[in-house]
Design a protein around this ligand. Structure first.
Ligand SMILES: [Zn+2]
Length: 463
């Protein structure tokens, strides 16, 4: 094999390299392909042998299925893999963060922070679970008495809607503690707390987590007390599946989301280690999120930061550590798509531990490599694309006024097709027309509604 031929192959390997680097599992493959080129040039291996190697490598990479998404195929019984769980029966026992709190300890911690830092935080109740446990949210915000405070963008972290995916539960408690303690001494935390209204809900399915009783997370399960998967129980914006009866935990969460205008949020899960960005209802080929590139950049920053502290995590699904939800596995009625679509909020799903219920002694290690990524993700609120775009807003918006509306709503200009009206649960209401372009809303109760005509939509607030 001549030097010319070797040079030729090195040149054509560059585009190949680029192509594979941009694909999900490409880095290892591209390195291998370059290495094969090198071997071929150096040892004059024949062209056909070279091609055979490349084909075999490609075939193997293609043939390797992605790890099944824990959200897609829920096992009936979870948390059996838990090996060593220590519970903290008092707030003091949480001081080294290597235990899970009992339900009583959890509530006491939240109350204690609210009492200890009244100028920095207040404790909200989002609602109650089926069995009457509290769904709590800590609102952290400094510099509350300046006029700009009311305009601070709202950020939301929420964890453990699957009751046995408890790593995020303790991570979020520790994040609250870290932000409150670090305020005034750590410039990054101080800046964030002063300029962002941060809301942290560590446990959104308490009945699932404390299925075995308030004093232990042994026996924790994915579902709520009605055995419903809360991440299949949100209105599906794309109408792929009708909603089964809405669970109290989600009704409360939706009311809370309506009360706020979260610009950026994340929902924490376990069972894998991967950043999962929208949509869940579609593959990126079928329907990419309009801010897909922004999502990829955000995910990359999150994973890269965590890898500065641990190289071994975020590798079980693919090598890059992030994926579009639908490319992993399509799921309907999830919270992520609901929040993105109906609330103009950029929400992603963070799968943060391959074990859903990790040994309690591993909790500090998870915190060590995740803490900076968690804090930096809050900062991403300033990089959220201003379009907050679900689609091209200008092309698909229905022009309605007034909004918020009283009993009458007018639609300006032409629209494609019949008008249809939905509430945030996805229930359809009859459209009563008072004229060509006027709709009667007097029969509706207060709240957020969605008016649609073909692909055009408008969010309406009924007063
Ligand atoms: Zn989950």
């Amino acid at each position: 094999m001549s030097l010319w031929c070797g040079t030729f192959w090195l040149i054509i390997s560059l585009p190949l390299f680029n192509f594979f680097v941009t694909s999900n599992d490409g880095f290892a493959l591209s390195c291998l392909s370059l290495f094969c080129n090198y071997l071929m040039v150096m040892s004059k291996i024949s062209f056909s042998l070279f091609l055979t190697v490349i084909v075999l490598v490609c075939y193997n990479v293609e043939a390797q299925p992605l790890k099944l998404r824990p959200d897609a195929f829920p096992p009936v019984d979870d948390a059996k893999d838990a090996k060593s769980i220590q519970m903290a029966t008092s707030v003091e026992q949480m001081s080294s963060w290597d235990r899970y709190p009992t339900y009583g300890t959890y509530v006491a911690m939240m109350e204690q922070w609210a009492n200890q830092y009244p100028e920095l935080c207040n404790l909200d109740t989002i609602g109650e679970s089926v069995n009457g446990r509290l769904i709590l949210c800590m609102h952290i915000q400094g510099a509350r008495d300046v006029p700009e405070a009311a305009q601070a963008p709202e950020f939301f972290y929420s964890s453990t809607m699957h009751g046995d995916e408890v790593t995020g539960y303790v991570m979020m408690l520790r994040l609250i503690d870290t932000l409150l303690r670090g305020y005034g001494s750590n410039p990054q935390y101080t800046n964030l707390v002063d300029n962002v209204a941060i809301y942290i809900n560590p446990l959104s399915n308490p009945d699932g987590t404390y299925r075995g009783g308030n004093n232990s997370i042994y026996g924790a399960m994915r579902y709520n007390a009605n055995y419903v998967d809360l991440n299949r129980n949100y209105p599906d914006p794309f109408g792929t599946q009708p909603l089964s009866e809405q669970q109290p935990e989600n009704t409360a969460m939706i009311a809370y989301l309506n009360k706020h205008q979260f610009r950026l949020s994340a929902n924490l899960h376990g069972g894998s280690e991967v950043m999962n960005y929208p949509w869940d209802s579609f593959t990126s080929y079928e329907r990419p999120h309009p801010d897909r590139q922004w999502w990829i950049d955000v995910c990359k920053r999150f994973v890269d930061t965590s890898r500065m502290y641990s190289q071994s995590h975020f590798r079980d699904v693919n090598s890059v550590g992030y994926i579009e939800g639908g490319d992993w596995y399509v799921i309907p009625n999830g919270r992520q798509d609901y929040v993105n679509y109906y609330h103009n909020c950029h929400e992603m799903t963070m799968e943060i531990s391959t074990d859903k219920t990790i040994d309690s002694e591993l909790l500090p290690e998870y915190w060590r490599f995740l803490q900076h990524s968690f804090v930096n993700y809050i900062e991403e609120i300033f990089s959220v694309p201003s379009t907050a775009g679900i689609e091209n807003a200008a092309a698909t918006a229905l022009d309605v006024f007034p909004n918020p509306a009283g009993d009458r709503l007018f639609v300006r200009g032409d629209y494609d097709g019949e008008l249809r009206l939905y509430d945030v649960r996805g229930r359809e209401f009859p459209v009563v027309k008072l004229g060509t372009n006027c709709i009667d809303l007097s029969g509706l109760s207060q709240g957020l509604y969605l008016l649609r005509a073909g692909a055009q939509t408008a969010k309406i607030v009924k007063r």
